[in-house]
Design a protein around this ligand. Structure first.
Ligand SMILES: O=C(O)c1ccc[n+]([C@@H]2O[C@H](COP(=O)([O-])O)[C@@H](O)[C@H]2O)c1
Ligand SMILES: Cc1cc2nc[nH]c2cc1C
Length: 344
């Protein structure tokens, strides 16, 4: 039994009818119209309320870094966590400018982060090397899902009405690609990209690593949790749990880039009822992101060539959602303004 309810279709229909009455040529606000209507359905009101966004950045390390799949060393993960909470990272700035609550969660960073003002929820100090072994045990997946669920609960308890998950984890585009390949059925070559910027030799190696990981678990019938255990990562599983809880509590989920979309596919595999709660923010430059979003039935709002993660692309899209809602709520109807409609 799913704990997740479907969006409100009568609110959707009412919002669509309202859009037809607003003082503009029908359809002229493009995706701002459909976005406002989707938010109406998710909030269960013809006129959605302005959003109070919250960002939870989940950090974890990846044993697969030992294969040489990233352009950066593993210690960057912990160092960037410090940068997040000291206010100097891209997501720190974007959270401030968008007045979003920002929380950083250690789901599985290799380094000790004692003394930093983060949520200390380390399930283990980095995952297994997915080329050769499972990323984590079934019990660790359960714990990581719970870490994410708890973060969503805290955000919602503090008043959040829009949830964003960010990721930080050197090497995490490799497990994300593996999950996306397995869950979407797309080929390794169409999904694996350069992540933080590996060169041609690095890309070829990374493709082989993903192919080896997939071959290791080629058996059918693995469920979402089992796939997270075999191919995932600690922050990826936490993000999946965050999404499942947010949807269960009826809060819209704004996806970020490649890693958050891999987590969304895993969450969908665990409970397909989560999917209508996803909104795609941007298309990452990472190869395969567009295909991964399409596998969820989603079209991104913008393509700014980002490939950062941290929740940055989602944060960038917050003003678009706010503006869609403001237009939907604040524009006059033809009747109110005394403007003639399409057919007089
Ligand atoms: O979100 C994305 O689309 C994205 C694309 C490429 C890289 N990243 C970030 O870069 C890190 C992973 O890259 P890599 O090369 O170490 O696998 C990780 O911290 C992600 O947040 C993120
Ligand atoms: C510096 C740096 C910052 C990041 N933020 C998310 N992924 C990252 C990867 C690197 C290398």
């Amino acid at each position: 039994m799913s704990r997740i309810s479907p969006p409100d279709l009568s609110a959707l229909a009412a919002a669509q009818a309202r859009q037809q009455q607003l003082t503009k040529p029908a359809g002229s606000l493009g995706q701002l119209e459909s976005l406002a209507c989707r938010l109406a359905a998710l909030q269960g009101r013809e006129v959605p309320l302005p959003l109070s966004p919250a960002i939870s950045v989940f950090a974890g390390d990846h044993g697969v870094c030992a294969e040489g799949v990233s352009a950066y060393p593993q210690e960057v993960t912990g160092a960037m966590v410090a940068n997040f909470v000291h206010g100097g990272a891209a997501i720190s700035v974007l959270a401030r400018v968008n007045q979003a609550r920002l929380e950083v969660v250690d789901a599985g960073v290799a380094a000790k982060l004692d003394g930093l003002p983060v949520v200390h929820a380390k399930v283990r100090a980095g995952s297994g090397n997915i080329r050769r072994e499972a990323a984590m045990s079934a019990d660790e997946v359960q714990q990581a899902l719970e870490v994410g669920r708890n973060a969503a609960q805290r955000a919602i308890a503090s008043g959040a009405t829009l949830l964003i998950a960010g990721d930080m984890g050197i090497g995490n585009t490799t497990p994300s690609a593996a999950l996306i390949c397995r869950l979407s059925g797309h080929s390794v070559d169409s999904i694996v990209g350069r992540g933080t910027g590996v060169d041609d030799a690095g890309l070829a190696l990374k493709r082989q690593v993903v192919a080896d990981a997939l071959a290791r678990v080629a058996t059918a019938g693995l469920d979402g949790r089992a796939l997270l255990a075999e191919l995932g990562g600690l922050e990826i599983a936490a993000i999946a749990g965050f999404y499942l809880e947010g949807a269960a509590q009826g809060v819209p989920l704004l996806l970020d880039g490649f890693i958050s979309t891999a987590a969304a596919l895993a969450a969908q595999e665990i409970d397909p009822a989560v999917t209508p709660w996803f909104i795609a923010s941007h298309c990452s430059q990472e190869t395969g992101h567009q295909l991964a979003l399409a596998a969820l039935g989603l079209t991104p709002l913008v393509d700014f060539g980002l490939r950062l993660g941290e929740g940055s692309g989602a944060a960038l899209a917050i003003p678009l959602l706010q503006q869609a809602i403001a237009l939907h709520a604040g524009m006059a109807t033809f009747a109110e303004a005394g403007v003639a409609g399409k057919n007089g």
